[in-house]
Design a protein around this ligand. Sequence first.
Ligand code: SAJ
Length: 447
Amino acid sequence: MSLSDIRTKISQKTACLAVIGLGYVGLPVACEFVRSGFSVVGVDLNSERVVLINQGFSPIAGEEPGLSELVAEAVNSGRFRATCDYQELLNSDVVLIDVETPVDEHNIPRYEALRSALTSLGSILKQGQKDVLVIIESTIAPGTIQKVVSPLLADTSGRQINQGLYLGNCPERVMPGKLLANLRGLSRVVGGMNPETSETMAFLYGHIVQADLDTSDCVTAELVKTVENAYRDVQIAFANEVALICEVVGGDVWKVRSLVNKSPFRQMHLPGAGVGGHCIPKDPWLLASGVKGTDLKLRLIPAARVVNDQMPAHMADLTVRVLSEIGQEISSAKILLLGYAYLEDTADIRNSPSAHLKECLSSLGAQVIVHDPYIHEFQGDLLEKAHGCSAVILMVRHSQYRKIELEKLKIALKQPVIVDGRLFFDGVALKSAGWIYRSVGSAYDLP
Ligand code: SAJ
């Protein structure tokens, strides 16, 4: 068999697809291919997750429009099953790999999950004779296909790349809360180890993606995904540094930003209480690791990470300052954090800025109370949680916080202090209603 045979089977929808890693990317991808008519086997090491999926339920937390129905439909079609057993991949024609690719506390990529998946897959491919197309969807550093994936897969499978074993990288562009919309509607870079592989990949993805599929090589695909997120991180860091400048020189970063953005070709991002999530804090380090060990020493991309990572601590500083002005020591204060998820209206707490802020405040002796309507551990009556608190810090723009009854909140609090990390509240209205209001990026003593 050859790539053209795989293309024929794709066109007939008789190609056996497999997805390794049934998380927030792999599961929707698997189900989308089922919906388009393919049979898919999903592999995941988490047996509880496998059982739940085979019962037709989605294990993905948070509000994901359409996902629960899609998983149920895929399982009920009889063309999708989840398993922990790699042996069930023996008959696969195409294998997508969607495992985590985190960085550690030293910002070094940790490819254990990727290596494990490749090794397990390789041992299965060694048993079989079918040509197979393997596509890495996980976000990986530039050069990873060449230096890690290709040699490991060739070694464990006993096969040669481009001779019966075809390899590519097609990074995803999904976002919690918009998994299916992004999967279907956003363009993707399709990087193959040779042009025919790229074309075959594009032909496959054309069954689930209604947007451009830009064929290219693997390094380009690796670069585009890590660069687009490093770009966003640098842009956010710029906005955050301007916020810090405004606090010192007597400006209001929100007003400055809106006026700057009236200038052509300016799109200043939103300053705020920090940058969390599974992508933005990680991908710049994946990009940077692509030049590790070379003479190129990066300055801007690492510096942007430092700026963004210190914003939660800055929120703590703002809170300490406003409390000390009213004679309240932080060490004896009770503080309410509104929002623990990294992003509004999601339950995703990965790299949560609130977690960092909670540590900062606790290390200063404060008692920290957390409320988040999406995180089970932090749900509950907001006004009850506010009782006796000396300050409220708004960390996440959850829609539910629009309904806060501010007068009742003020009565519940020991002191009417709000520190706003996302320009969520109307500071002028709050101040006229007797609140002590501080916003990140606004001059400390703005009226
Ligand atoms: N944030 C700011 N200022 C901004 C934008 C975001 O402080 O101007 C903060 C958010 O509060 C959050 C963090 O940054 O804590 C990340 O927010 P995000 O909007 O970038 O959301 P993510 O992390 O889910 O980003 C993903 C990325 N998608 C992929 O990696 C596939 C990113 O490239 C997308 O731009 C983003 O989704 C999106 O908007 O779709």
